[in-house]
Design a protein around this ligand. Structure first.
Ligand SMILES: [Zn+2]
Length: 233
């Protein structure tokens, strides 16, 4: 039974190592999620920027057009003798000038918006670069840890094989079956009680256990029992 107890210790150690290994994944997943969010934001900003740039081009074209019209009107007005025609052109000139003023204000606002989007993109890029760096560092640290853990697992597995070779295959099979239900497949029995489930075992079973001749299972929880003194050996 001592061998089984030792095997359980190796298995428990291996469980801890494997759990540690698995605990690394969520940390990386979190960073990956952050990066994905930043990428999504980047795409949105770029789309917004492209739309604003189109708007700006249109507005600039309109501004240039108006400037041309105004220049034409000014040119015309200088050569007009007739009053009626003069006022008609002047009216058109003033109208176009007001349009131009309005569009120029609009254009300035648009340029400001474009600059602020560009700033957001720059910020986003900075953040993405930081995250990428963080991820690379984390991956490096994790792969080093994983390598160490894998070495430990290999060593543990080797020890495990040595132990199992010494064990009666019937015992081993029973141990493995119980371990699927209880991590502590092998438990101490003390003063007539199974410490796995804390239920008193029938006296005859306990006496047989103390004799140490065969493998005794707790009638209540089915765990394999070892007696206290045996565990202390
Ligand atoms: Zn029990």
């Amino acid at each position: 039974m001592q061998l089984l107890w030792e095997l359980q210790e190796i298995d428990a150690g291996l469980d801890v190592i494997r759990d540690t290994q698995e605990s690394f994944a969520p940390k990386l997943d979190n960073i990956k999620e952050d990066v994905a969010l930043l990428r999504g934001a980047e795409e949105e900003y770029q789309g917004e920027l492209a739309a604003k740039e189109v708007e700006r081009r249109d507005l600039r074209d309109k501004v240039e057009q108006l400037k041309g019209l105004i220049a034409q009107s000014k040119e015309k007005i200088a050569h007009i003798a007739n009053n009626k025609e003069y006022f008609a052109v002047l009216k058109e000139l003033e109208y176009n000038q007001r349009q131009l003023d309005r569009l120029e204000v609009e254009l300035a606002g648009l340029v400001e918006e474009i600059n602020s989007i560009k700033e957001q993109i720059a910020e986003n890029d900075q953040e993405m670069a930081t995250k990428a760096e963080e991820m690379a560092l984390e991956e490096k640290a994790i792969s080093a840890k994983v390598a160490t853990l894998e070495r430990k697992i290999k060593a543990g597995d080797k020890k495990r094989v040595t132990k199992t070779k010494k064990l009666d295959p019937v015992f081993l099979r029973r141990y493995q079956r119980i371990r699927k239900r209880f991590k502590d497949a092998v438990v101490i029995a003390k003063n007539g009680t199974c410490l796995g489930c804390n239920v008193n075992v029938p006296p005859q079973v306990y006496i047989d256990l103390l004799k140490g001749q065969e493998m005794m299972s707790c009638p209540n929880c089915q765990r394999i029992m070892v007696n206290r003194s045996e565990e202390e050996k």
